[in-house]
Design a binder for this molecule. Sequence first.
Ligand code: GP9
Ligand code: MN
Length: 415
Amino acid sequence: SEDELVEIMGYMEEQEDQRSKDLFGAARGKNVILITAESVQNFVINNTVNGEEVTPFLNELIKDSFYFEEFYHQTAQGKTSDSEFLISNSLYPLPRGAVFFTHASNEYYALPEIMKENGYYTASLHANNGSFWNRNVMYDQLGYDRFYDINDYEITNEVGWGLKDIDFMEQSLEHLVNMEQPFYTNLITLTNHFPFDLDEEDHFIDPFNSNSRTLNQYFPTVRYTDEAIKVFFEGLKDAGLYEDSIVVIFGDHYGISSFHNRAMEQYLEKDVTPFVEVQLQQVPLIIHIPGMEGETLSTVSGQIDLRPTLLHLLGITVENQTIFGKNLFSEELEELVILRDGSFITPEVIYTNNVCYDKRNGLPMEEIQLCEHYFEEVDRQLSYSDRIIYGDLLRFEQSVTADDEEIVEDGPAPK
Ligand code: GP9
Ligand code: MN
């Protein structure tokens, strides 16, 4: 009967609440190691090319991790720096230009700063020029204690702009070993960057075979980064840091643009419609907490959600903050992910280019209301976020929230 279902659903909700509560502080006090996996898209996970796994290490790691299988990048022209902005601030990047360049002197209340307030040493590690994306300026605003840039690495093995990922991981480990604990760090990889050039000797798998040299070469470079992450985990264990750390791996943005849709169709063996193109904006999110059981979550989620999710796991509550992301373990989660171009995704629909697609079959829907319902919310979030950045509004954050508290004090006493 209906009552039975109500009872069962009530039970499920309870379970969920309990899980969220149990996870609060599950990683309290641990070192936090983010790995920004350059250009790694989600379609390579648990996938093969010429019969060989593209990401054998990550595929194994996922079994012992929280793996969000429908997690979207929300970056725009600021590429990697936009991903850093999303994760640090849980705000949207700008529709044009890179906020790291255009608004680097704004007031922010960013994740590194919050971690610092909670007793963490904070650092970003990236073997490229410190001025790339204006990082050396913006990082001060975000609250990093230290930026390990190209000058902190011995250039043993170069590709493109920087050190190859395996060397980068080995040398980064030395920095971590000498770091004050607990630390919050972001390791930004580089080898898997367009145009995906890599010496033959570093190829663990063969390229794909299509008329897109870019897509063909993408597979061996992703495979190389997967190997670098494996090397990192082994090093972490050897150094005795593994048990005291959590590792969060995520893709920063797409690597294969729509110019390569034809080759992509050949690889995926299906048409790349606008519906599929939005899904190709999925990047992996893997949260590995040593000793915890793995779980694959189908929650519709995005980079903007990482900060509150991470803080939940660390058991850190932030009082005065202006963010758009949501704790992905929350019991009241409304699953809505907004991409920077105004496309959006829910468990039921994908809206892009003025078409509302039904997720069950990938076809345009007759009932546009299912999408229309979200238009206001999507506009509001993007425009509020833009206004915060353009108006440097976070400089008022502490005084506005202090005013709020006064109002509460003047009001009726809480029961
Ligand atoms: C540059 C690296 C790559 O330092 O983060 O930048 P991208 O081109 O991906 O934004
Ligand atoms: Mn990038």
